[in-house]
Ligand binder design. Structure first.
Ligand code: OGA
Ligand code: MN
Length: 282
C-alpha cells in the first residue's frame, strides 16, 4: 500500500510502499499527482532504479526536457550531477562539474532560463558522500503567502529577467561557454505564479538577473530583499539523502540548492530527469 506522510509542516512528504521499477497503477499516479501539487517535494524511499526506469516513471508526469548544451547528458533526458570526471576520478576543485555543483549551492529553480521552464525535477541518489551534500528546498508558496502586503503589491504583474550566464558568471568568469550564451539568451518570467486552489508562489532564484521596468540597482535590491525573506528557516526543508532516495520537486513552486560536502575526497553521483512545463509563465 502506498503511504504519503508529511515530513514537516507546510510542505514536503515521504512516499513509501511503492516500487518504481514497475509501473504504478493509474490510481496510485493520481494520488502521487495530488500529493505533488499539495506537498511540492516528494521523497520516494528505497528506489534502486536504473536510468531507463527513472525516465519511464518521470514520463508519467509529462514530456521530459532535453538536457541543454554544455551539461553532462546533453541531448538526452538525463542530467548527471557529480564530482566524478570522465576518467572515473574525483575532479579537482576548479573542474567544470565541480564548479557547476558549486553553482547549484545557490537557491535556484531548474531551467528558469528557458522560455518554458520545467514543471518538475526528479533526482535519484546513486553515490552519496558520508556527510553533507544535502538538497534543501524553500516552499515559495508559503513564502508568497507570508509576504508583507506592501511587497506583494510591488511584485504583482512584474516580470523577472532570467539568464543562465548571469548566475554562472558569479561562480567563475569562464564557466559559461560561448555555445551556452548563444543557446540560452535571457528570458522573461512572471514573478508571481498562480496555482489554482493552491494559491500563488513567488518565482525567483539564481538565474533571475533583473526586474523588467526597473533600473538595475532597483531590481537587484528588490530581488535581494525577496530572496532574503524567502531563505528563512521556517520555509526550508533540508533533505538528508539516504541510499536509493528519489526526490521529486515542483519547479514552479519551490527553490532548491545543494549543500557542500568534502568534494575533493568523496564521490557524489546524482541523476536528474526534468519534466517540461506546459507553457510560458508570462
Ligand atoms: C538539481 C540540483 C542539487 C543537488 O539536480 O537540479 O540542483 O543537491 N541538485 O545535487
Ligand atoms: Mn537544480
Amino acid at each position: 500500500m502506498v503511504s504519503i506522510k508529511p515530513l514537516r509542516p507546510l510542505f514536503a512528504a515521504e512516499v513509501t510502499g511503492l516500487d518504481l521499477s514497475s509501473a504504478p497503477s493509474g490510481d496510485t499516479m493520481a494520488a502521487i499527482e495530488a500529493a505533488f501539487e499539495r506537498d511540492l517535494v516528494l521523497v520516494f524511499r528505497g528506489q534502486d532504479i536504473t536510468d531507463d526506469q527513472q525516465i519511464t516513471f518521470s514520463k508519467r508526469f509529462g514530456p521530459l526536457e532535453t538536457t541543454k548544451v554544455g551539461t553532462p547528458g546533453a541531448g538526452s533526458a538525463l542530467i548527471v550531477l557529480t564530482n566524478i570526471g570522465a576518467d572515473g576520478q574525483i575532479e579537482p576543485p576548479q573542474g567544470r562539474q565541480v564548479l557547476n555543483n558549486k553553482a547549484n549551492q545557490h537557491w535556484h529553480t531548474d531551467s528558469s532560463f528557458k522560455p518554458v521552464p520545467a514543471r518538475a525535477s526528479l533526482l535519484s541518489a546513486r553515490i552519496l558522500p558520508s556527510s553533507g551534500g544535502n538538497t534543501e528546498f524553500i516552499s515559495m508558496r508559503a513564502v508568497y503567502a507570508a509576504l508583507p502586503e506592501a511587497l506583494k503589491r510591488r511584485i504583482e504583474g512584474r516580470v523577472g529577467i532570467h539568464n543562465f550566464a548571469y548566475g554562472r558568471a558569479k561562480i567563475a568568469p569562464h564557466l559559461v561557454t560561448a555555445e551556452e550564451r548563444t543557446a540560452l539568451p535571457p528570458v522573461r518570467q512572471a514573478m508571481v505564479l498562480e496555482h489554482g486552489a493552491h494559491g500563488k508562489s513567488l518565482y525567483l532564484g539564481a538565474h533571475c538577473a533583473a526586474v523588467e521596468g526597473m533600473t538595475a540597482e532597483e531590481g537587484r535590491a528588490l530581488i535581494d530583499e525577496l530572496m532574503a525573506f524567502a531563505a528563512q528557516e521556517r520555509f526550508i526543508y533540508s533533505h538528508v539523502w539516504r541510499p536509493h532516495d528519489l526526490v521529486m520537486w515542483h519547479n514552479r513552486a519551490v527553490l532548491h540548492r545543494a549543500t557542500p560536502f568534502e568534494s575533493v575526497a568523496e564521490k557524489r553521483y546524482m541523476v536528474r530527469t526534468t519534466v517540461a512545463g506546459d507553457g510560458p509563465t508570462v
